[in-house]
Design a protein around this ligand. Structure first.
Ligand SMILES: Cc1cc2nc3c(=O)[nH]c(=O)nc-3n(C[C@H](O)[C@H](O)[C@H](O)COP(=O)(O)O)c2cc1C
Length: 329
């Protein structure tokens, strides 16, 4: 008889049936992946980052293949939160998916406004991801995620916006404390300092990492492939970089829930992120190669666990930290 594999996991207080979520910006705003998968199957669906207003993003071309992954400079195109709440969220709610909203802004006050706009629907959300690390907005988010002070200010502003709503909700007997996940960049110079500020300001979990600023040049035309010149690199080759960020963050903050994001393509990749200290992962570029990647990775994780006699994925968390260096001698 096949042993039962328990894939349930907890990201802080958030319980997920399995640790495989979509990564923001790679599963659309709503039910775009519904023709391919049941959206209630992944651990959660993370919607593309939204600003308080409609935003055009960058001109085409804004996606390119790249060795070991892909480049994008979509530039946070989106309908804005009011339109998302009206036209996109209701369809997603119908699927029974666990929904994570993601927000971005150009200023601290825009992040705050974005959080306030989501208050009326927060009972429909599993968590709120705060994207302070998109590499594709000129001068904008980069300055947030690289600066402990700036990240602290954003998270504090979002916490304040949500807490005010908490009071209102208590009056309605609907106390729903929306967890805040802060998404950081892979090239953050002092990651521990940024994480520390995020925690102090109220982060419930950290997502590591966003895509890595990069570029590609077309030798035929002698021009960059992307209209945005540079973009964010993601996919297989990002895994080694994001894994290190997860490992080092877990080493410094062992009680902090961490979500791994970068190059997840198989169950074995998920297991590696758990060993580094993650409690869940997000899948991005793999979905561009196969629209069914999320469910395939969950199946692959179950197979990997069975083959390796792991009955509970959560038991692997932080396993790679248990080995002492002297075992290598
Ligand atoms: C086309 C594209 C659009 C993205 N848009 C967003 C976004 O809106 N917000 C965000 O936080 N991350 C965004 N990302 C980053 C992904 O969520 C993810 O963190 C990154 O791609 C690393 O995962 P991967 O290697 O599995 O792709 C985007 C990535 C891609 C490829």
């Amino acid at each position: 008889m096949k042993a039962k594999i328990n894939l349930t996991t907890k990201v802080g207080k958030v319980e997920l049936p399995n640790p495989v979520m979509s990564a923001s910006g790679t599963s659309g705003f709503s039910t775009e992946l519904s023709p391919y998968i049941d959206l209630a199957v992944p651990g959660a669906m993370v919607a593309k980052s939204l600003a308080p207003y409609q935003w055009e993003g960058n001109p085409y071309p804004r996606i390119s293949e790249a060795p070991g992954g892909m480049l994008n400079s979509v530039g946070l195109q989106g309908p804005g939160i009011p339109a998302w709440i009206e036209s996109h969220l209701p369809k997603l709610v119908e699927t029974d998916a666990r929904i994570v909203a993601s927000i971005w802004g150009k200023t601290v006050s825009e992040f705050k406004t974005a959080a306030e706009m989501l208050l009326p629907v927060k009972h429909q959300l599993t968590a709120l991801e705060i994207n302070v690390s998109c590499p594709n907005i000129e001068d904008g988010a980069k300055s947030f995620s690289h600066s402990p002070k700036a990240v602290g200010e954003v998270v504090l502003a979002v916490s304040a916006a949500l807490n005010n709503g908490e009071l209102k909700n208590e009056a309605n007997n609907k106390n729903h404390n929306l967890p805040k996940w802060v998404k950081l960049a892979p090239d953050t110079p002092d990651l521990n300092a940024v994480v520390s500020q995020a925690i102090t300001a109220g982060a419930d979990a950290i997502t590591l990492t966003n895509s890595l600023p990069a570029m590609r040049i077309d030798t035929e035309t002698q021009r960059p492939y992307l209209s945005g010149i540079t973009g964010g690199f993601s996919g297989a080759a990002l895994k080694s970089i994001a894994l290190k960020a997860v490992y080092e963050t877990y080493e410094a903050f062992p009680d902090l829930p961490i979500i791994g994001s970068g190059g997840v393509r198989s169950g074995e990749d998920v297991a590696q992120y758990f060993m580094a200290g993650a409690s869940a992962v997000q899948v991005g570029a793999a979905t561009f190669l196969n629209s069914r990647a999320l469910v395939k990775i969950i199946k692959s994780l179950r197979r990997w666990c069975r083959k390796n006699s792991i009955t509970e994925i959560a038991s692997l968390k932080g396993a790679a930290h248990n080995l002492k260096r002297d075992t290598y001698k």
